[in-house]
Design a protein around this ligand. Structure first.
Ligand code: GAP
Length: 459
């Protein structure tokens, strides 16, 4: 297995000090489990989202994007089952007043041997009593009974106290794709099988958020729903497992840090479900999900909205409600996995340690850093910046020794550093340094954009 050099502390610290990710509402002492992406981080996450969109929408003639509203008619959540059953089993410690998830308590008590997902509420209660599972915070065994806690954030719509309606911040983007099935199918004249994809914010009042951006209360999802005919669902489920795996491998995640994990306990609508897990610093954990959702979603929306979701096959005239294969991945969770995967500490010949983020060039926040060797070369360097910044994100840095500037760029994973020196003024060439090999070559300024564009493709 490829060695992992990242620890959560090192990644969090680098993110904070290098402008990737800051604690939310920092100057007010933070707001638990919210995070703000800084100038470097926003480029990184946007690039990740672009690679996903390219792979799953742009390069697929039968997939279509949408950007649906976060606030949806509350009936959507009745139809989807979220109002009745989108909950986690919570327990409060009566002694220290901390709140915990019963399934997590059982899994850590049994050192991962018991899969609490497969237990009913009563079975979890029995396990905790029989094993006298103590509060991890204060060590006492003094629990409230397990209660199911709905994870949806509520808000209200309306201008007067009396005349308001309860609405929800969406807990997943998927429903925006399901409710637009008819719109998209009719306006694009798509034929089943076809896909609808969306990237957007989702909100969950998680009982135990944590591990940096792994589990937060506000996050982004990248979701793709593939509408197909019953009988073909299994074939597409397997295809999406492979596509989902290939995507993260192509982003540079080592195969030994990834594994499939089949769900033991299936949701009532699911025929099959699995995760791809990544070996995060805190252990194996879910990176994304692939779900065979049968015809549950469209059938439920048909029932609750009264609108027919029947699709007529143009060749056979057969009418059916399509099945759905869902592929869902958190943009922030993938960001965390890619940060951990890229983190490296190398010992150089002079004994110094170089921290370097080996990001795939397509997702690197900046593609090129423009570095004048001396400040009096700034005018020429700014000309090069103006030229290259029309093509891709560039950084410009003239402060400090060239060695220190290279290190700063290594730490934010900039794949190429372009140095402007006195030879540049004479013959229009610059040096370009490769982040990973640290080798430098001389190249004409007029060839730079093509050179870099070739290297930063995501195919
Ligand atoms: N529509 C299906 C769905 O939402 P999920 O397994 O609950 O399924 C899908 O979520 C993905 O969203 C997860 O695999 C994870 O990558 C991401 N995700 C879920 N909850 C999250 C949270 N609280 N914080 C960050 N990412 C989250």
């Amino acid at each position: 297995m490829k060695e992992i050099k990242a620890t959560m502390d090192k990644v969090v610290n680098l993110c904070k000090t290098r402008g990737l990710i800051y604690p939310g509402s920092d100057i007010y002492g933070g707001m638990g489990n919210t995070w703000d992406y800084g100038p470097v981080g926003v480029e990184f996450k946007n690039n990740i989202k672009r690679t996903w969109w390219k792979r799953f929408v742009q390069e697929n003639p039968n997939s279509y994007g949408v950007d649906a509203a976060i606030l949806m008619n509350s009936r959507v959540w009745d139809a989807s089952g979220h109002t009745s059953s989108f909950s986690d089993p919570k327990m409060d410690c009566k002694n220290c007043k901390t709140r915990h998830r019963a399934d997590n308590l059982i899994e850590s008590n049994s050192k991962g041997k018991v899969n609490a997902d497969a237990l009913s509420t009563e079975e979890m209660q029995t396990y905790i009593e029989e094993h006298k599972v103590a509060c991890p915070h204060c060590g006492k065994f003094d629990w409230t009974p397990i209660r199911q806690f709905n994870l949806m954030f509520e808000t209200s719509r309306g201008v007067t106290d009396e005349g308001t309606n309860k609405i929800y911040l969406r807990p997943e983007t998927a429903q925006g794709e399901f409710v637009n099935f008819l719109n998209v199918q009719r306006t694009t004249r798509a034929k089943v099988p076809f896909g609808i994809a969306q990237i957007g914010k989702a909100f969950r009042n998680e009982i135990t958020p944590g591990n940096f951006i792994f589990r937060t209360i506000e996050f982004e999802q990248m979701e793709h729903q593939w509408f197909c005919k019953a009988g073909e669902d299994e074939k597409y489920y397997n295809e999406f497992k492979e596509k989902a795996l290939k995507y993260v491998l192509d982003l540079g995640i080592d195969e030994s840090h990834l594994r499939f994990h089949d769900h033991d306990k299936l949701a009532h609508y699911a025929r099959a479900a699995c995760d791809i897990q990544y070996l995060f610093p805190m252990g194996w954990n879910e990176l994304n999900g692939i779900h065979n959702r049968s015809d549950y979603d469209l059938s439920r929306h048909q029932e609750f909205s009264g609108k027919s979701m029947l699709y007529t096959d143009p060749f056979t005239n057969e009418k059916f409600v399509p099945n759905v294969i869902e592929y869902s991945i958190g943009a922030d969770r993938l960001t965390l996995a890619l940060l951990c995967e890229a983190y490296d500490e190398e010992t150089l010949e002079n004994g110094e340690t170089r921290v370097v983020m080996h990001f795939h060039p397509a997702i690197a926040p900046y593609k090129v850093a423009i570095l004048p060797l001396q400040k009096n070369l700034g005018d020429k360097a700014k000309e090069v910046f103006a030229l290259l910044s029309k093509e891709f994100m560039c950084d410009y840095d003239e402060a400090g020794s060239i060695g220190k500037r290279y290190r700063r760029q290594d730490e934010i994973g900039t794949p190429y550093c372009v140095t402007i020196d006195f030879e540049t003024l004479e013959n229009g060439t610059v040096t370009i340094r490769d982040r990973d090999s640290m080798e430098q070559i001389r190249i004409n300024i007029s060839d730079l954009a093509n050179y870099v564009n070739e290297k930063i493709k995501f195919n």
